[in-house]
Design a protein around this ligand. Structure first.
Ligand code: ZN
Ligand code: ZN
Ligand code: FE
Length: 736
């Protein structure tokens, strides 16, 4: 039966080939009417006999990159119109347009790129509606060529023809370009390959900023890069020419392979093989290697017939500053790079590479940025317009509106002026983009966080302070769309507690509005504040004292100069410059030091990372106990120290320790199930990036009959805090 309907579609539907797809479908089903980008997504008017089939097809088989979150359908008066058109988009004022993330070069574009005689043969800016830069070039919504940094390039007749041809793969591909009319690189690529193979460090302009690149097999070059970046032992990521290359130096399973080679192309942390031929300076002391595959045609070009098959590709920045993305900032890279490969397509938005680990076939985010941000999280319920400013380390912020939470890309550690500026510019940009009119701002309770101070600067907005670990659990709940009360296990490095102590081994009973702290790791004193985070041996001493043991009982600690050790012992004894902590991160630090694995953290969580690298699954646990609401691991520490003394291998001890922490968590959950009748457990916090701990905990909870939730769409570390803050603020604003 002939009818006419107005269809409004929301979700990620702009810049993903949605309109040509609708056009093709309409032609196939003899539908007349039009489609256009609207401020809130895509708008269609469709009339004909097959409107129902048209609607069904739209919902069942949308284009690969599209994500439909909402469809609204209204009946209209039949007009007896003929023909279907794609109408130019026009801006309106309300609604939410979702800008797609940047997508790796698709298969078809790669063929264009490699095919001799193709007009885009070896052209490093080849893209189409299915791939290419998106969020990093968008200046405003709706997403159209004139609102991107491609506005500076006028399309040649051939590109223009593709752009206007609904049957072409490049129909309305906003970054469409070719060698005649598009962006150009600053140096011949053959020269760049020579620089790299000669051992130079080359700053290369990418999608979201500059990388610093060097040949991953050239030890001297990698060491020089490490020195110049003042990076300690923090691992570098590499970009490998192909999946086969990756498999030469890492173990890769099927799901890891699909993330590596997929459309989003994050850095995937993989187990490295022993004999890889790569420089040992890439990730010293680390069993994992961060690897990604080329994701732009420029990367493909670099590796084409190159004398190298893997490049170190690290963010172009100095230690913790934001990634350099603009030509006027290049002076900051001058001391770091020997050479520059730049191009004339401007980067609107800075964006680091995303980093994931794979757990049970799903990715766990270490860092959520390129390829993912600013994809919204559909919360499955209406939310107020809010800003949540996030934490201090691995900061992201979060905007909520409509049914969505939109997390910023990874901003970084808010500990210097440049990163704070990055935070501010990104917040301004995204507020404008997503037209959020915030009613309140949510922040961490820590008064010293720069993010908290930024919240206080928003003087016109009511503020909602949120406890760090409550936010972690709420973040997991929001991602998994849970309502009601849950058991929340938040294990991490550092979070401001409501009692003045530093929390981080917390078992909460909570919903969005409220939390009760039911169990936590037994307090130990941390001597010397931040110094105790840098120097795990300090916490090891505190744990020994708590167990009634001496430094002499842990021979690994004898490498610490006696004078320094005694100074810390005195601080612990007299409780000067100490603060109590229940941090799981510090517990891992202590054990790592006691076992002689790592006595000093050169980068965040190094001691825990190296301790995990030693462990394997399924070792017998040590003992533990509960004292009131404290999870007491003194027995574990005593047994561990004694077993070490008897010569048990460190790998076994590490495995046994991981199992003990998991068992203690499971025991706490069982107590809460017995008293409260709750069976849902949310695991969050940076400690669960430790896949050995996560597997032992999740596996044990499942065997014990719990329903277990962890985070996969957003980081479970502090990079996901902002979502939890927003979810809590939303609940509080609602109830007040
Ligand atoms: Zn493409
Ligand atoms: Zn052209
Ligand atoms: Fe945290």
């Amino acid at each position: 039966m002939a009818s006419r309907k107005h269809i409004s579609i929301r979700g990620t539907v702009q810049g993903v080939g949605f309109r040509p797809y609708v056009y093709g479908l309409a032609k196939r089903l003899s539908i007349s009417g039009f489609v256009r980008n609207s401020d809130g997504g895509v708008e269609i008017e469709a009339e004909g006999d097959e409107v129902e089939a048209f609607l069904a097809e739209l919902q069942d088989r949308p284009p690969v990159l599209a994500e439909i979150t909402d469809i609204g359908i209204k009946n209209l008066k039949f007009r007896n119109e003929t023909g279907f058109q794609i109408i130019e988009s026009y801006p309106t004022v309300s609604g939410l347009a979702l800008v797609p993330p940047d997508i790796a070069t698709c298969h078809d574009c790669l063929s264009d790129f490699t095919e001799t005689g193709n007009r885009r043969h070896l052209y490093p800016f080849t893209n189409c509606t299915n791939c290419g830069p998106r969020y990093t070039i968008v200046q405003d919504v709706p997403y159209d060529r004139h609102t991107t940094t491609m506005a500076a390039f006028r399309m040649c007749p051939a590109c223009e023809a593709e752009y206007h041809d609904p049957d072409d793969r490049r129909f309305h591909a906003q970054p469409n370009a070719c060698p005649v009319c598009g962006p150009q690189i600053s140096a011949p690529i053959s020269e760049v390959r020579e620089w790299l193979s000669d051992g130079a460090i080359v700053a290369i302009k990418g999608l979201g900023g500059y990388h610093l690149a060097c040949d991953a097999t050239n030890h001297g070059a990698v060491e020089r890069l490490r020195e110049r970046k003042r990076r300690g032992n923090k691992p570098f990521a590499i970009m490998a020419q192909s999946l086969e290359e990756v498999e030469r130096f890492c173990e890769v399973d099927a799901s890891e392979r699909s993330f590596l080679a997929g459309a989003r192309r994050p850095i995937v942390l993989l187990r490295r093989r022993a004999e890889a031929g790569l420089s040992t300076a890439i990730a010293p002391g680390n069993r994992h290697l961060g690897v990604m595959l080329p994701y732009t045609p420029l990367h493909q070009l670099l590796f084409l017939d190159a004398p190298f098959t893997a490049l170190v590709m690290t963010s172009g920045n100095l230690s913790e500053e934001p990634i350099v993305s603009r030509e006027e900032e290049l002076t900051r890279l001058a001391p770091l790079a020997d050479r520059f490969l730049t191009h004339d397509r401007a980067i609107q938005t800075r964006m680091d590479d995303s980093v994931v680990r794979v757990f049970r076939g799903r990715h766990l985010f270490v860092r959520r940025s390129r390829g993912f941000a600013p994809e919204p999280i559909d919360l499955g319920m209406p939310v107020r317009d809010l800003i949540a400013v996030g934490g201090e380390l691995k900061n992201t912020f979060c905007l909520t509106t409509d049914h969505y939470a939109i997390l910023s890309q990874h901003i970084g550690d808010l500990e210097n002026y440049q990163t704070l500026e990055f935070f501010r510019e990104t917040l301004d940009h995204m507020r404008r983009f997503f037209r959020v009119r915030p009613e309140a701002v949510a922040h961490d309770l820590h008064p010293g966080y720069l993010s908290t101070r930024a919240a206080f600067e928003m003087a016109d907005l009511p503020r909602i302070g949120v406890q760090h670990h409550h936010a972690h659990v709420a973040s997991c709940m929001a991602e998994r769309r849970l309502a009601g009360k849950v058991i929340g296990v938040a294990f991490d490095g550092t979070g401001y507690g409501t009692d003045g102590a530093i929390w981080g081994g917390e078992v909460l009973l909570c919903d969005y509005a409220e939390f009760e702290r039911r169990y936590h790791l037994r307090y130990v004193p941390m001597a010397g504040g931040d110094a105790a985070v840098r120097e795990p041996w300090r916490v090891a001493l505190a744990y020994l004292r708590d167990c009634g043991l001496q430094a002499a009982d842990a021979p690994a600690l004898t490498v610490v100069p006696e004078k320094r050790r005694l100074a810390v012992e005195t601080m612990l004894e007299r409780r000067v410059q100490t603060v109590n902590t229940s941090s799981c991160g510090r517990l891992f630090d202590a054990v790592s030091a006691l076992l002689g694995v790592c006595l000093e953290n050169c980068y965040e969580a190094q001691a825990a990372v190296e301790l995990e690298a030693m462990a394997f699954d399924g070792a017998p646990a040590f003992g533990f106990d509960f004292g009131g609401n404290e999870i007491d691991l003194r027995e574990c520490i005593r047994e561990l120290v004694s077993a070490k003394g008897k010569g048990q291998p460190v790998s076994l001890l590490s495995a046994r320790f991981h199992q003990t922490v998991a068992n203690a968590i499971i025991a706490a959950c069982e107590k809460l199930r017995a008293s409260e009748g709750l069976t849902r457990v949310c695991l969050s916090g940076g400690s669960f990036q430790n896949v050995t701990l996560l597997e032992a905990t999740v596996g044990g909870l499942e065997r014990a009959g719990f329903e277990t939730f962890w985070q996969s769409k957003i980081p479970g570390n502090d990079g996901g805090l902002s979502l939890g803050q927003a979810a809590i603020a939303n609940a509080l604003a609602r109830s007040s």
